[in-house]
Design a protein around this ligand. Structure first.
Ligand code: URA
Length: 209
C-alpha cells in the first residue's frame, strides 16, 4: 500500500500479540507498549540524515556519524498517544513534544479538539504524530491538519494498529504523510473499534474501564 509501512519485525509482532490478549494486565500492556514504541521509533526514524563530526576516542581522532539538522517533534494525540510517546522519548531524549487533545464524539465518531500545545517552529522540524489506534482516521486527520495549520510541512504518522477504513481515509486526505503501523486489522465495528484489535488503548493502558 502506497505510503504505508507495516513494521513486521518479529519482536514487534510478538509483543503486539500479547497486548491484544484480553487477559493482559494494565501493567503488562503499558510495559509492552513502551517496549514496542522503541522498535517502532527505530523504524520511523530509519532514514534520518546523518552528517559527520570530529571526535576523539581514547585511541584516535575520527569522523563519526551524528544526526543532521534540527531536532524532532513527537506529537502525541491525547491520551493514548502518550503510551507511545514515553518510549520514543527514551530513544530520542532531545526531541520536542507537541500535545494534541482530541476526543471522539461517541455518536458521530468525529474528532473534537480540546487542547493544543506545540513548539512554535514546527515548519523547521520533522513532526512524528503518535497515536496507537488509527480507526476511522478522523482524529488522525484532524491532528495532522492542525499541525499543518501551525506550519508543519514534514510529517509522519505512527500508530500501533490500523483499520483498513482508517488507512484509506488518511492516505486519501493526506497523501504526503507516510504512515507506519505494526498491523492492519480486518475492519472497524459499528462503534468505531478496530476488530480484532486490542480494545480501547487508553483504557487498557490506564486501567480506566
Ligand atoms: N481507539 C481505540 O482505543 N481502540 C479502537 O479499537 C479504536 C479506537
Amino acid at each position: 500500500m502506497k505510503g504505508v509501512t507495516v513494521v513486521t519485525h518479529p519482536l514487534v509482532q510478538h509483543k503486539l500479540t500479547i497486548m491484544r490478549k484480553k487477559e493482559t494486565s494494565t501493567a503488562g500492556f503499558r510495559r509492552l507498549l513502551r517496549e514496542i514504541s522503541l522498535l517502532l521509533c527505530y523504524e520511523v526514524t530509519r532514514d534520518l540524515e546523518l552528517t559527520t563530526v570530529e571526535i576523539e576516542t581514547p585511541l584516535a581522532i575520527m569522523q563519526a556519524p551524528t544526526l543532521e539538522g534540527k531536532k524532532l517533534v513527537f506529537a502525541s494525540v491525547l491520551r493514548a498517544g502518550n503510551g507511545l510517546l514515553d518510549g520514543m522519548l527514551d530513544l530520542v531524549p532531545a526531541a520536542r513534544v507537541a500535545h494534541i487533545g482530541l476526543y471522539r464524539d461517541h455518536d458521530t465518531l468525529q474528532a473534537v479538539e480540546y487542547f493544543f500545545k506545540a513548539p512554535s517552529d514546527l515548519g523547521d522540524r520533522l513532526v512524528i504524530v503518535v497515536d496507537p489506534m488509527l480507526a476511522t482516521g478522523n482524529s488522525a486527520i484532524a491532528a495532522v491538519e492542525k499541525l499543518k495549520s501551525r506550519g508543519a510541512t514534514n510529517i509522519r504518522y505512527l500508530c500501533l494498529l490500523a483499520a483498513p477504513e482508517g488507512i484509506k481515509a488518511f492516505t486519501e486526505a493526506l497523501p504526503d504523510v507516510p504512515v507506519f503501523t505494526a498491523a492492519i486489522d480486518e475492519k472497524l465495528n459499528e462503534k468505531g473499534y478496530i476488530v480484532p484489535g486490542l480494545g480501547d488503548a487508553g483504557d487498557r493502558m490506564y486501567g480506566t474501564k
